[in-house]
Design a protein around this ligand. Sequence first.
Ligand code: MGD
Ligand code: MGD
Ligand code: MO
Length: 802
Amino acid sequence: MEESMGVSRRGFVKGAGALGALAAVGTTAAASPALFGAGSSASALPEEKVTWAHCAINCPGRCSLRFHVVDDEVTWVETYTDPTAPFDDPQPRACLRGRSYRRWLASPDRLSYPMKRVGKRGEGKFERISWDEAIDLASGKLKEVIEKYGNEAVYIPYATGVSATTARPFNRLMSLLGGYLGFYNSYSTAQISTITPYMYGPKGNTGSSLAAAEKSELILMFGSSPTETRQGGLTTHYDWVSLREKTKAKIYMIDYRLNDSITNHSTQWVPINPGTDAALVAGIAHYLIKHDLIDLDFLHTYCVGFDEQTMPEEYRGKNLSYRAYVMGEGYDKVEKTPQWAAKITGISAQQIEALAQEVGTAKPLYVVQGWGSQRRSNGEWAAWSVMALPCLVGQVGLEGTNNGTREDRTSPKSVSMPVGKNPVGAKIPCFMFTDAIDHAERMTAKNAGVRGTDKLNVGIKYMINYAGNCLTNQHSQINLAHDILADESKCEFILGIDTVLCDSLKYADVILPDLFRFEQTSQISTGSDVAYMITGTACTPPKFERKTAYEMASMIAERFGVREKFTEGKTEDEWIEELYEQARQQDSKLPTWEEAKKMGVYTQKHAPVVSMRKFREDPEANALGTPSGKIEIFSAKLLSDTADWEFGKDDTLPGMSTLLPIPAYFPEWYGIETTTDEHPLLLSGFHYRGRLHSSWGSIPQMKEVNPQEAWINPADAEPRGIRGGDTVRVRNEFGQIELLAKVTGRVVPGVVAVSQGAWHDADMYGDRVDRGGCINTLTTQRPSPLAHGNPQHTNICQVERV
Ligand SMILES: Nc1nc2c(c(=O)[nH]1)N[C@H]1C(S)=C(S)[C@@H](COP(=O)(O)OP(=O)(O)OC[C@H]3O[C@@H](n4cnc5c(=O)[nH]c(N)nc54)[C@H](O)[C@@H]3O)O[C@H]1N2
Ligand SMILES: Nc1nc2c(c(=O)[nH]1)N[C@H]1C(S)=C(S)[C@@H](COP(=O)(O)OP(=O)(O)OC[C@H]3O[C@@H](n4cnc5c(=O)[nH]c(N)nc54)[C@H](O)[C@@H]3O)O[C@H]1N2
Ligand SMILES: [Mo]
């Protein structure tokens, strides 16, 4: 790569080098044409170093980066582009975000020194302190909390800002110090990950590769936008684009937005009301049953619960099957005709019938879902319904099909630094940590999904928030989160570790300034249909007083006398190399460590996977891990697991006293059927191309090209006098946000779409109006019924011009 650079580019590098240096001391640099051509005399050129690196945030496309460095300053960032590589050798090229890392790396807002809080929590007032004082404060308070409350009072919140083989140093540290309250679930997939094992068992969880859809005749994609959420040159976005080039299949995209994955292609948009996928599937099922398009052989051989014949013994004769539900014989006794589904989904009955006819006749059929339809208050049942659809027509486990879950991804073998065994057994659903700060004494296994113990003994008193913005910005109901966090008698100490003062860090008592993964040795394995691994080295030595998280954890370990146990005598670089050698022992094809560092990007091609192929071939020899060994469209286990749980009456169908044991539809609590006069519109979120959650959300150039907007249909905008570009206020019972209006037919009527992850920007000791447009000012902390997951796309609102 270095060799391929011509003189003109070197000239540019020199000029930009001066800018890089400026940026590091706090001036935002803008490219100036006068700099081009500066220093054209070759002898004056300073030496340039180029290092490999990878994006380390929570995007599946952790793409390759190349850092160009002059005089220890990053002058520009590019991505892997090898013009000599064979055409069929895809490359993990970074998107705009990755390529703009220098704006973040050298941002004037970058954290550079340890700090302690001097204002109120959430006010954002801090004062520089020494490392010694910072580590003393953090360790001293940790000791005090452990002594006074026990280890269950320490918590490491869900956080996704760093991905690498050594990304969990604080969990390792806390395991050595007697443990911490654990969590289960993720904010990404709580609902679908919880329901899938009930249906498919732990073995049948993974989907087919997207490449497997090349051979399909019909592809249905629910709640997914690979172009936006899988950006980069070698992740699902790549697979999606190449699939559309190669396949002859007709593609339907079911979304309440005409998302970026549909634009510029003849893929057909099926505009659906949010939170109603289960109703669409029931409407399709009704048509399939009426027109004899159901694959009864498949349902009777491989599944449980479609009709009476395959109901578990003790549930027979009670009209509890899925068929009984669809035909109006069981549960709510309402026939799920396409007309019924049309009223709920907003899709016309004729279109539902036409779609059902195609679903019933096209073979192979590939049904896939993202996680948009499941991050909702009825998301477990939405995800389950989409998975049931291919089963109704027997399109599972065969060439060109999928089991209705998300597409499979592959990555090369990798081994992570052991976090050790956590001596504290108690776990909470990660979404319920604010409850565990506020009223742990009321949280039990039955009402809050507490695991490992019947009830919590003590509230969270100490948090280590490393690389996450989930205390406020990415959590829900920010105004309530603020009230809970601002009360220092509840959580007594918060240690924050980040690269910028994100909203969550404003609640920290001590802040430690981290180095990015490209400022240290780092390795990551990821991929989709093509797997790849990136090995990076430090672009520059640490600047200001920033340190690695491994060093920080080692310093705290030292204060507790467990440094040796923590490090095992190894530097982080030595750990990374040793872990890599362990991975190589499992896959001898991996290059040597030296080769890996030199090549930067290593790719592995895999043949497309068809999910559940073996089960289809021999369902007895390859029985699923469900109680019946079969696919469960009715789950008795779900009923028994939750028999003594407490839940709200609108957590299920009206009049029912249990959760639904079949993939049925019931209205969301804040849904299209439950809007109010005061809040007549549905408000739903989505993941935005311009940010990774809140990451990059403060970079001015990224904000300029990706403005924070409320998408609103002209039918809703006009009566409110709202025009595109107006500033609007979106409000509900939880708060108010202000942002720009995007008046567009790309969102269904009755629904306002706001991308999640914008930086919350409110005076929390003043009017609390969030002028950053962060949707979590308007989301609820009430968890979904079964998973206790985040229903962050489920909201209602009113919109008005400011
Ligand atoms: N650019 C970018 N990429 C990302 C992220 C990011 O923040 N920015 N985040 C990453 C992470 S951590 C994750 S977990 C994934 C998230 O990936 P997903 O959860 O799949 O992303 P979402 O944008 O929430 O939802 C996908 C699509 O579902 C649609 N949708 C929402 N609700 C419904 C519904 O009820 N029914 C239907 N049919 N469609 C619905 C949305 O409009 C959206 O187009 O993305 C990852 N990739
Ligand atoms: N309303 C709504 N809310 C959502 C979602 C939604 O769909 N809707 N999606 C949810 C999902 S799926 C997820 S995964 C969560 C994600 O929530 P978070 O995990 O909080 O993700 P980010 O907002 O990207 O925050 C990552 C933090 O890590 C920091 N960071 C980046 N690089 C480094 C580093 O090298 N070192 C350190 N120490 N810090 C670093 C960033 O500055 C940022 O503050 O959000 C959830 N929140
Ligand atoms: Mo996520």
